[in-house]
Design a protein. Structure first.
Length: 237
């Protein structure tokens, strides 16, 4: 499974998405800072599963119709920072989708995540991440889950890694930095957090119009833990 995650920087990089999906043969596309009133239902063969509705700049998840069928979607508002309370840029910071892998008859969960900005404390972002990961477990207990996005966590990543591992997840950084806008804040911002997946590679892709670089996560469910689907789809395919 190939998953691209991209913070579009206030929707500026939206025009790059079709080329990205085609060039890297993405199966899933997870977006942050997207204008959800100005996105298509289809991007190069990937169908929109859902997008957040209460954000000025929101989240969206697309999936390959030839590979997956959506079963359930859940969005979540997380603990707010002062920046969120004053400027209200994002009400919902998690969008998770449970998918049925048609060929392998199993379920997987993929989520787009956007943590509070750097004006907030790392402790608040860790709280948001813990809450998001717990919510994904509620979306499908025992189902392999992959949460990608902008974690806004450039320093003290070991503390974050400990938080993630305490919930049974693994934190994976990409092979090079993903944020370049400000000299003193450059580094890794866009991560992949997973449980039940073997992460083959997290690759930083070339920079476009966003200050974030997209990442490409190549992963597959670990043998022996995939669950056969028995539930009926609740979203029209």
């Amino acid at each position: 499974m190939k998953v691209i995650s991209y913070n579009l920087r206030k929707h500026r990089a939206a025009g790059e998405l079709a080329a990205l999906v085609e060039r890297y043969s993405a199966d899933v596309l997870c977006l942050q800072e997207v204008d959800t009133t100005d996105i298509p239902d289809d991007i190069s063969g990937l169908k929109l599963a859902d997008s957040t509705q209460r954000n000025r700049l929101g989240l969206a998840v697309y999936y390959s119709e030839s590979t997956f069928r959506p079963l359930e979607v859940r969005s979540l508002a997380l603990k707010k920072s002062l920046h969120d309370r004053v400027l209200k840029p994002a009400e919902e910071r998690l969008l998770g989708v449970r998918l049925h892998d048609i060929d392998h008859n199993r379920e997987v969960i993929v989520a787009s995540f956007h943590a509070a900005p750097l004006t907030a404390l790392n402790s608040l972002r860790r709280h948001q991440i813990r809450t998001a990961l717990a919510e994904l477990q509620q979306l499908g207990e025992g189902v392999p889950a992959l949460m990608v996005g902008d974690y806004n966590y450039p320093v003290f990543k070991e503390n974050l890694g400990q938080t993630v591992r305490a919930q049974g997840y693994e934190l994976n950084l990409s092979d090079s930095r993903t944020y370049t806008r400000y000299r003193f804040f450059r580094g890794h911002y866009d991560f992949a957090t997973s449980v039940g997946f073997e992460i083959d590679r997290v690759r930083t892709l070339p920079q476009g119009r966003s200050d974030h670089l997209p990442i490409l996560v190549t992963a597959h469910p670990e043998p022996g833990i995939s669950r056969t689907v028995t539930a009926q789809a609740v979203i029209a395919s």
